[in-house]
Design a binder for this molecule. Structure first.
Ligand code: ZN
Ligand code: ZN
Ligand code: FE
Length: 764
């Protein structure tokens, strides 16, 4: 202070610093206040629509240090999108003050995603002296619920589901105190004034501490408890209790799909999974996704992830999770979404008791309303960085930053793993995972989520993008919406959208060679596409290569029953009489019917789909003749692979301008390997190598003709690490620049971003 007073004004400088991003409701102004004091800075800070403005005055060295430290020391959940500095005349301030918020036209307020309980709150949670000791709703400006409790903007308590809880004097004191960690923490609460938990078991009700204690006892005893969380309900049971896990599977009707598990600490997770440094960072960061980790021999019940090499594990992200898992008797809890198959997420107490009543023995409820559902996110660490497989809690509603101004575009996404995307200038807001848009209920949920996002972002779209598939519910919704609002629609081919999403993430306008591999997407020629090389820019594409077509006998049925695809591929190669188990045990009666359907072209759409090729091989080697869940055959095939140098053969043929990838020779060699008794792990590895080489070769040939050196990889198949890392390696070695998804899922969960980018490029 003395130093500053001694400084004459002509030795001082004054700078205006404008910061946009997630800088409101995250403890930003108190942080600036503290930082200003540390560096002897006078001046002010205030919020405006879209960010904060700081006026910093002091001697030049201090001001420079202040500006330098600001992004480095920012609050953990703040996100700085842009920071600009300009000179101001010295005003001679003697203090640093927070001044009133100001309105500014056109600014975009970014809302924060939900944030896992911070270290400070966790410490207080287990501190018997703290007034929030064992309080399941402890939070502060650095953590707690955000997106899931926001009903409308601005983000103030009355606009959240915390509105019914009136802060007690102590909480209010913290809320008003600039030096407090809970200054302007909208969900601030304590046992006196905040929400509470309740355990309902039959007609018994347990409240507060008793509820948590009783829930733990039920879990330890092998019971199933439905637990209300941040963005929905989980169904929980002791993950080390085989009987309990089997009971949960039986009641939920989910026989095989791996179940997510949660443990109290990294040390606990390390007892049953390999945790690499990268995985450690993902597990313990503020997002807290489910992370796919290699299993170890452990006490985890076999039924948690049968036939899988991985566990989907996560750390606690709410105080309630911490309390439940603090009990030493629980190494890990199964924490699977409290919904039935692909129904929308259950978020309300009554709804949960009604829908999950036949599954759960008890309900651990609370009275803080979930305004909008948000599933757990799922990521998979790879040598190329994490792949986001499901983008929801912790990520949403962070925008994806775009090079181009997309205006106000609504893209409705696809059919499976639906998400939608709303753009505002250079920001693309990709919604949380909605699910498969197959029934009226999910569609209603989807509509509501679209309305909610429009409201909280203050965006009314003036352009609508949808998939080329005429009968997707998302397509029909888009057309209806456009008609009602008098807007234009743009139709976007599925794989063009995949590639455009990957390009947009990297701000690359192309043209690129887009390698799109997945299960199903409606092709421009009316067939099913899913293994294509597209020469793609934002507004247009040409299909340069594709996997050779095969019929899908029975359409959807051929997807669910990989054995049909194996039979189709073998039949094409005249291998159906081979001396291998698959052919000996083939259901010949059913096959005869299917063969007739193929010959008469009845319900046998043609497909060039990577997903079906993987399915065929998976069934052929005996891994997965019938799928119990989506993509199971490909997941099992990848999991089975061991190391191999060899690759099967393939051909690339030409039909006019089109290159056709022919996997036929692979099947001859797989049959030979099966006859020779080669291990399935080797067969799988050789197949993966062949698939990668076939794509790399094809890309090289297209590149030779087009002189394009940039490649984008997208589509659900790139969740397969062997394909992603293998192809990335081959193409990089060959001198290509290779773009992969970093911020959005390569699967259909990222489709909407691509649709928005393509639509805007065509229309603007
Ligand atoms: Zn906290
Ligand atoms: Zn209170
Ligand atoms: Fe797709």
């Amino acid at each position: 202070m003395a130093d500053r007073a001694a400084l004459t004004t002509d030795q001082r400088i004054r700078r205006q610093i404008t910061i946009t991003g997630i800088v409101q409701g995250v403890g930003f102004r108190p942080f600036i206040h503290r930082l200003a004091q540390k560096h002897n800075i006078a001046g002010s800070v205030h919020n405006f629509t879209g960010g904060v403005v700081i006026e910093a005055e002091g001697n030049p060295g201090d001001v420079t240090a202040f500006i330098k430290d600001l992004p480095k020391e920012k609050p953990p959940i703040a996100r700085i999108e842009d920071m600009s500095t300009s000179e101001l005349p010295v005003a001679g301030d003697s203090q640093f003050v927070i001044t009133a918020s100001r309105e500014a036209a056109g600014g975009t307020i970014l809302l924060s995603p939900d944030v896992a309980t911070c270290q400070d709150c966790r410490r207080e949670l287990f501190d018997a002296e703290d007034r929030r000791y064992q309080y399941p709703f402890i939070n502060c400006t650095n953590c707690g619920p955000r997106f899931t409790i926001i009903e409308t903007v601005p983000y103030d308590r009355p606009n959240t589901t915390m509105q019914p809880f009136v802060m007690c004097p102590q909480c209010q004191g913290e809320y008003d105190d600039i030096d407090d960690r809970r200054y302007h923490a909208q969900p601030n609460a304590c046992p006196v004034c905040g929400p509470h938990v309740e355990l309902v078991v039959g007609d018994k009700h347990y409240t507060r501490d008793k509820a948590v204690q009783e829930a733990i006892e039920r879990l330890v005893a092998g019971g199933i408890v439905a637990i209300k969380g941040l963005g929905g309900f989980h169904l929980a049971c002791d993950a080390t209790n085989e009987e309990a896990v089997q009971k949960l599977r039986r009641r939920k009707g989910r026989e095989q799909k791996p179940l997510a598990i949660m443990s109290a600490s990294l040390a606990d997770i390390q007892t049953y999974c390999e945790v690499t440094d990268e995985a450690r960072a993902l597990l313990s960061g503020p997002i807290r996704p489910i992370v796919l980790l290699m299993q170890k021999d452990s006490t985890i019940a076999p039924s948690v992830a049968p036939d899988s090499k991985y566990h989907g594990a996560m750390l606690p992200y709410t105080p309630l999770h911490h309390l439940l898992l603090a009990d030493d008797r629980l190494l890990a809890l199964v924490m699977t979404s409290g919904n039935l198959s692909e129904e929308p997420l259950t978020t309300q107490n009554d709804e949960a008791r009604q829908r999950l009543g036949h599954i759960a023995d008890g309900f651990l409820l609370h009275n803080r309303k979930i305004n909008i559902g948000c599933d757990d996110s799922v990521v998979r660490p790879t040598p190329l960085g994490p792949i986001i497989m499901r983008r929801a809690r912790g990520y949403v509603p962070f925008p994806i930053k775009l090079e181009r101004d997309l205006g106000k575009t609504l893209a409705v996404g696809g059919h499976f793993k639906n998400t939608f995307c709303l753009t505002k200038g250079h920001n693309a807001f990709l919604s949380q995972h909605i699910g498969d848009l197959e029934d009226a209920e999910t569609l209603e949920y989807f509509k509501w989520c679209v309305e909610h996002l429009q409201d909280v972002l203050r965006v009314t779209p003036d352009l609508i993008a949808h998939d080329l598939h005429p009968s997707y519910l998302s397509t029909r919704y888009a057309q209806q919406f456009a008609k009602e609002q008098g807007l234009e629609t743009v139709t976007v081919q599925h794989h063009h959208a995949h590639i455009a999403a990957c390009m947009a993430e990297h701000g690359v306008a192309g043209p690129v060679l887009g390698v799109a591999c997945d299960g199903t997407g409606y092709g421009a020629d009316g067939t099913v596409w899913g293994c294509e090389v597209l020469v793609s820019s934002y507004d247009d594409y040409t299909r340069a290569a594709h996997l050779d077509y095969v019929p899908l006998p029975g359409g959807e049925q051929a997807i669910r029953q990989p054995w049909r695809m194996a039979a189709v591929y073998l039949d094409c190669q005249r291998l159906l009489d081979a001396d291998i188990k698959f052919c000996q045990t083939l259901d010949t009666d059913t096959w005869r019917v299917l063969k007739q359907m193929i010959e008469k072209d009845i319900n046998c759409p043609l497909a060039s789909s990577a997903g079906r090729l993987f399915s065929a091989v998976s069934a052929l080697v005996g891994l997965c003749p019938v799928e119990a869940y989506e993509s199971q055959s490909a997941i099992m095939l990848e999991a089975a692979a061991t190391e191999a140098e060899e690759a099967y053969s393939y051909e690339i043929t030409r039909d006019n301008d089109m290159l056709i990838m022919q996997p036929g020779p692979m099947f001859h060699e797989i049959v030979n390997d099966l006859q020779a008794g080669t291990a399935i792990g080797q067969i799988s590895a050789r197949f993966h190598n062949a698939f990668v080489q076939m794509l790399a070769d094809t890309v090289q040939q297209v590149a030779d003709e087009t002189n394009i050196g940039q490649v984008a990889l997208s589509g659900g198949t790139f969740q397969n690490e062997l394909v992603l890392v293998g192809l990335h390696h081959e193409l990089t070695k060959a001198g290509f620049a290779v773009l992969i998804h970093k911020e959005t899922p390569p699967n259909d969960g990222g489709l909407a971003l691509g649709q928005a980018v393509v639509a805007a490029a065509r229309n603007r």
